[in-house]
Design a protein around this ligand. Sequence first.
Ligand code: ADP
Length: 487
Amino acid sequence: MRKNLHVKLVLILVLLIVSLMVVVGAFLMNSVTGYYINEFYSQMVDAFGQVDFVRDLQTATEDEDGGAAMAAVLSVYKGELGVDGRNRNYYVLSGTTGRYLEGSAPEPEGGVTITPNISSALLGEMGVESSVTADYMDAAVPITRGGQPYIVYILDNRETVRSLNGEMFGLILEALVLGLIISVLLSFLLAKTMVNPLQRLTNGIEEVARGDFSRKLEVTSSDEIGQLTESFNAMAQQLETNIAELERAEQMRKDFVANVSHELRTPLTNIKSYAETLAGGVGELPAEMEQRFLGVILNESDRMTHILQDLLTLSRFDSGRSELRLTRFPFAQAVDDTYQAILMDAQNHAHTVELKLPPDLPQVRADRERIMQVMMNIVSNAIKYTPDGGRIVLSAGRAGDRVWMEVDDNGIGIPAGDRGRIFERFYRVDKARSRQSGGTGLGLSIAQEIMHRHEGSLYLVDKEEPGLTIRMELPVQGPREEGGHEG
Ligand code: ADP
């Protein structure tokens, strides 16, 4: 690319210089010629306008050779006529035939050429016309002397202007060569400021095309190339983020599939082995053992149903098919209902449960069933992950246009390294313990999804060991972006 653009730059500059020089040269040379012609004729008009000069030409003496006498007069006025005897000469011609009589130069070979101006003079008119293109200029003035017609003829071969133009041409050529050298040097400079950034950009693009986003291109100017570089950097950055996101999503998808398979395989294996044992020993096993095996099979089937239900819920959220059924209900009532619902379970584990409800909690606009699902999930987690005889505190309140509920326990808590991940699908700190207590590892990710749908939030609150505090927050007016309909 560098070569092409560089060659183009040189070509453009060369063309520019050449055309400029040609135009300027032609104009200059033309105006020099024009000036010279004008100068010649104004000189002639001035000279022949002089009364003395014309009178001297016309006044004859007796027995004279008219032609020689006139030539003598003309010789005196040489200066006024600009006659130098080389490039410009005067001639005295016969007024009837135009034949050479006398002159500052000898008669040209083959006689004086009868030009249009001489023809005019032969007819008695002053001939002072010339074209720019002719290679001579002349003036022919009819003069009567001693009753005889003569023509005073001034002929200039334009050698002066030709040599002047020749010199000018040489000068223009020199300027042209100089201009060409400058243009080549300039093209290098231009190439440095234009081609190099483009080259860098090209290299950068090639790197991105190879999948390397690490290098940011330096923006060295604020012109179009600079803007292009900036846009390119922004694009590469965006691309990098998008690809990283895609890779993350792809990884999550793979993990998810692996997790689902794993989660379903465990209960299925259990069901299969118990069912096989039962089938193999029909009538041989003690009745209460059969009963126990059937119980396990039922339990495991329930677990599978549970997992599948959770997966279905998540899938509905993911595809946006699950709408919120928004209603207005007292938030305090929902918290109290949750408290009542888990009380029995908590007592079975010898937990003490405390409920701290301020009296003035507002009504909220939300999907009551789903909000209850979130509350139940976090309170039952507190019961599950707190060793028997623990203490659980449910508190609620209002902060600005949001209401909140916190569940605090003094259970096993979550190690710092896992805290960031417990809202991920299937993530469990202690898989065996969770499974034992019927957990799927999906509860909190569903809960968080529900809270996001409500434009609320669900997060862990920092606290001193032991145990865990988890907090949900909900906007009182419900989600602004309608994720559902009023029910
Ligand atoms: P699970 O069905 O396993 O309870 P969740 O999504 O509800 O799944 O919770 C994810 C994980 O977070 C649990 O497996 C557990 O390790 C941890 N966890 C949740 N709540 C608590 C808590 N109150 N105390 C300690 N660990 C908890």
